[in-house]
Design a protein around this ligand. Structure first.
Ligand code: ADP
Ligand code: MG
Length: 383
């Protein structure tokens, strides 16, 4: 049985349609991340799950119960927001235990439960303090403690790490993930940060303009994005997107782009392409290597001047100008290159994706090919 079902949810504020027929179902223990640019409707959807907003149409089911019209407190949920408003005059201990106090839980029981949660979050020593005596990260932990203490069916997080500095964000990201692994709770987590989505989620829903663009496991979303939006939104640096066209070639179809022509990669469904079709070729920066690939692998090899080099430490990004488009190769950190020079690059075409230029949708892979399969050899490069 699904733990949370978001069933055909739409939401309008007056004449503004903010959510369009959202369908998402997750199981107990799933970590669902709603990710997308600011304003795409993530918080509105989370608020509808929480019961803080009413949908215009559609239903919410938690643990199999239709809670669409239920009050927030009648739903088995707890929520952690970006601005974690703690009660300033109360100690950390009382802040965490406050919901139990309101529910009339006896003092001894309450104390024990708060201590348990504090141990889990490693904040036992903070229990006597007040919020003003805490750092941002510690306050965030207390806010999480407040949610954890209630043992709800589903935890809801709305950009809980946005106010933290970069280092702390990464630390807390790992801690939330560790907590999830230990407790096995069901989580819905909103973020605009695609790295948080990739690293934490068991399921990702990528949203844009109130529509779910794709719903799936992180690896599927990354390897087989539904469309150009998802392909370029998920991944940093983003996927390279080159205008291309399907053309007739000796004995079959080929992809023409830049000054080159390659055979349609073998993992692409040939029934889904036709000569004359305008497409985009998608290549992840990490699929572009310096020098040649081992013979036998299908590569697109090209020489190009590097405009800008961005050493990030573990990798070195080589930025190139392809006409109007920017093209990025993600090379090893010790790659020995300088800006302004030309180098030979090889893009691994077994990982290439094709998108229809009209619809933006990814062109299907051959039925049965779960992952992009190794492909054939280059047809008349430099044609
Ligand atoms: P996100 O969390 O993805 O940044 P939101 O869910 O906050 O996006 O907002 C989605 C859209 O709905 C935005 O265009 C926002 O301006 C609009 N919106 C949100 N809440 C209201 C409201 N109470 N009244 C009118 N418009 C709203
Ligand atoms: Mg928001």
């Amino acid at each position: 049985m699904s733990d949370l079902a978001i069933d055909h949810i739409s939401k309008s504020f007056g004449a503004t349609d903010v959510l369009h027929r959202i369908d998402l179902t997750i199981d107990r223990g799933d970590f669902l991340v709603l990710v997308g640019p600011s304003g795409c409707g993530k918080s509105t959807l989370l608020s509808i799950v929480a019961g803080l907003e009413q949908p215009t149409s559609g239903r919410i089911l938690i643990g199999g119960n239709d809670v669409t019209t239920a009050e927030p407190k009648e739903r088995d949920i707890a929520m952690v927001f970006q601005s974690y408003a703690l009660y300033p005059s109360m100690t950390v201990e009382r802040n965490i235990g406050f919901s139990l106090e309101m529910a009339g839980v006896a003092k001894d029981k309450r104390k024990a439960r708060v201590r348990e949660v504090a141990e889990l979050l490693k904040i036992e020593q903070l229990l006597p303090r007040r919020p003003s005596q805490l750092s941002g990260g510690q306050r965030q932990r207390v806010a999480m403690g407040r949610a954890l203490v209630r043992e709800p069916e589903v935890f809801l997080f709305d950009e809980p790490l946005s106010n933290l500095d970069a280092k702390l964000r990464v630390d807390m990201r790992v801690e939330i993930k560790r907590l999830h692994q230990r407790l096995g709770t069901t989580i819905v987590y909103v973020t605009h940060d695609q790295i948080e989505a990739m690293t934490m989620a068991t399921k990702i829903a990528v949203m844009k303009d109130g529509f779910v663009q794709q719903f799936g496991a992180p690896k599927d979303v990354y390897d087989r994005p539904a469309n150009v939006f998802v392909a370029t939104f998920m991944g940093s640096p983003p996927m390279n997107i080159l205008p291309a066209e399907i053309v007739e070639a000796r004995g079959g179809l080929a992809v023409r782009f830049e000054k080159d022509e390659i055979a349609v990669p073998a993992h692409i469904d040939l029934d889904a392409v036709h000569a004359g079709q305008k497409t985009f070729l998608g290549l992840r920066p990490e699929a572009v290597h310096l020098g040649q690939l081992p013979s036998g692998s299908l590569a697109w090899t090209f020489d190009h001047t590097v405009d800008v080099i961005e050493p990030t430490g573990p990798s070195t990004l080589a930025l190139m100008e392809f006409g109007e488009d920017e093209f990025i190769a993600s090379l090893p950190g010790d790659a020995d290159i300088v800006a302004g020079e030309s180098y030979t690059f090889a893009a691994d075409l077994s990982k290439a994706l094709l998108f229809d230029r009209e619809t933006g949708n990814r062109i299907a892979h051959r039925p049965g090919t779960e992952a992009p399969a190794p492909t054939l050899s280059v047809v008349g490069a430099k044609g």
